[in-house]
Design a protein. Structure first.
Lengths: 86, 401
């Protein structure tokens, strides 16, 4: 896998989001606001989102950490930490 | 044209996936039909051979219209068409076996290559067909043993002429704009819900369920499951409903012609909200007989396909009860409207931590309100109460679900 930078992690998160909800305009995502608040996501959507990250980045995310993936900023921070420790 | 729910009046044939001469097996997808619920894959319920298709791509026809003629596996071969055939028992029947009445003229445009079949055509019909430029392969015969008569050809010619101004009909119409589809779906939901409130004497029950055991079990279970196999709580709820229906089977089925008809299985319709508005409630089949992992996969697949607009006909026509879960929006309790002709709907609210008395002590517990809307013609409140009690009991021993 190529070098992981915050930018390509952000791209990966946005790609995962738009793959489950194609109507999302990436430019409109507020990075500090929870996805559920600004995007109409339910639990199946969120599960699909987490699995899309799992597939794209080859990371294993414990369910207990799912709450850390609920906004763009927190998801990028979590994934950056996870990729450093692996 | 199968009825894909009480709210559907018509559908547009988009594409035939099987063609005359093709051998088909029960469960095969033979066509795509566009409805206000998206493009639906039409399955067939018997083995046989497609004799001919009657409705052409681009045509919108009312529910109940014969789409194609299928010859059953053990029926005579070649061009003999049995005189009468019994209609299929289910209202959702895809391909009616009654003699076809519609005459379909090939819309103008590139001809679809079709396997040759033997035709019975009277000589005068053959001549008239040649005079009027009618393709005999596209004419449905109403004469003895399915023979094509002069009248059949003339009607086909008239239909062809009527279709001609609409030259665009040669290609399947583009999918309706999302706004148009949303409006059509709104109209359909309005019709079904108005019918439910007009015809169904609802009664409503509610109970509070302690979700501690179920959620603790789920947490531990998900810790040991690999990511793609983890479960959502809703799957436990759906399974509990399926099993509880064994206790109160009169809540599982349909009210048709003044009588209750038990469902053929525990086919739980899952209310799924669509992006941009609207709602569908396709079935997960035989919920009581599937393990949680299977139910999770099927539910995820169902939600994804419902939102992509690609459900199967059996998923829309089969539900024997509906489950709705509005808890994710923080709703505490939902008293739903039954989707006719079903006779019950189970609603789940949000899970919230509250003070609750356990073994004589007040403790914070995660609680959920479960409700039942049921048709009083088919069941009484006492029996409805048993269903909610059974769901509660099942959720206290989640490892057995």
């Amino acid at each position: 896998m190529s070098a992981i930078t915050p930018d390509n992690l952000k791209d990966a998160v946005v790609r995962a989001l738009t793959s489950i909800a194609p109507e999302i305009n990436p430019a409109m995502i507020q990075p500090g606001v929870s996805f559920r608040e600004q995007l109409d996501l339910d639990s199946v959507d969120f599960l699909n989102f987490v699995l899309a990250l799992h597939d794209a980045l080859d990371v294993d995310i414990p369910e207990a950490d799912y709450p850390k993936l609920t906004s763009l900023d927190s998801a990028v921070a979590y994934l950056a930490a996870a990729s450093r420790s692996s | 044209m199968p009825s894909l729910g009480a709210d559907m009046e018509a559908g547009t044939l988009v594409e035939w996936l099987k063609h005359p001469g093709d051998v088909i097996k029960r469960g095969d997808i033979i066509a795509i039909v566009d409805t206000q619920k998206g493009a639906i894959e039409i399955e067939v319920f018997e083995d046989g051979l497609i004799e001919h298709v009657i409705v052409q791509p681009g045509q919108q026809v009312p529910v109940g219209t014969v789409l194609a003629r299928i010859r059953g596996e053990r029926e005579p071969v070649v061009s003999v068409v049995p005189e009468t055939r019994a209609p299929l028992p289910t209202p959702a029947a895809v391909v009616a076996r009654a003699p076809a009445v519609a005459i379909a003229a090939q819309p103008p445009g590139p001809a679809r290559p079709e396997p040759r079949r033997r035709l019975r055509v009277s000589p005068i019909a053959r001549k008239v067909a040649a005079d009027l430029s009618v393709d005999l392969a596209q004419v449905h015969g109403t004469g003895p043993q399915g023979a094509i008569t002069r009248g059949d050809v003339e009607r086909a010619a008239a239909a062809l002429k009527a279709a001609a101004p609409a030259a665009v009909a040669a290609v399947p119409p583009p999918a309706p704009a999302p706004a148009a589809r949303a409006a059509a779906m709104r109209t359909a939901i309005a019709a079904a819900m108005a019918r439910a409130k007009r015809e169904i004497p609802h009664y409503y029950l509610s109970t509070t369920i302690d979700m501690h055991a179920a959620l603790e079990w789920l947490r531990a279970e998900n810790e040991r499951r690999p990511m793609p196999e983890r479960l959502l709580a809703i799957v436990l709820l759906i399974k509990a409903v399926g099993l509880a229906l064994r206790v109160v089977p009169e809540l599982n089925g349909h009210w048709v012609d003044g009588a209750f008809r038990p469902g053929a299985g525990m086919h739980v319709g899952c209310a799924i909200s669509l992006r941009g508005g609207g709602l569908v409630a396709p079935a997960i089949h035989d919920v009581d007989r599937k393990d949680l992992g299977t139910l999770m996969r099927e539910m995820r697949d169902l939600v994804n396909r419902a939102r992509a607009g690609s459900l199967k006909s059996s998923e829309l026509s089969d539900p024997t009860i509906t489950v709705t879960n509005l808890g994710e929006q923080g709703v505490e309790a939902t008293f739903g409207i039954i989707y006719p002709p079903q006779v019950a709907l189970v609603g789940f609210g949000t899970v919230r931590e509250r003070p609750w008395a356990v073994h004589g002590r007040v403790e914070p517990r995660r609680l959920m309100t479960a409700t039942l809307s049921a048709d009083h013609r088919a069941s009484d409140g006492h029996r409805g109460g048993l269903l909610l009690a059974a769901i509660d009991r099942l959720l206290q021993t989640p490892e057995q679900l």
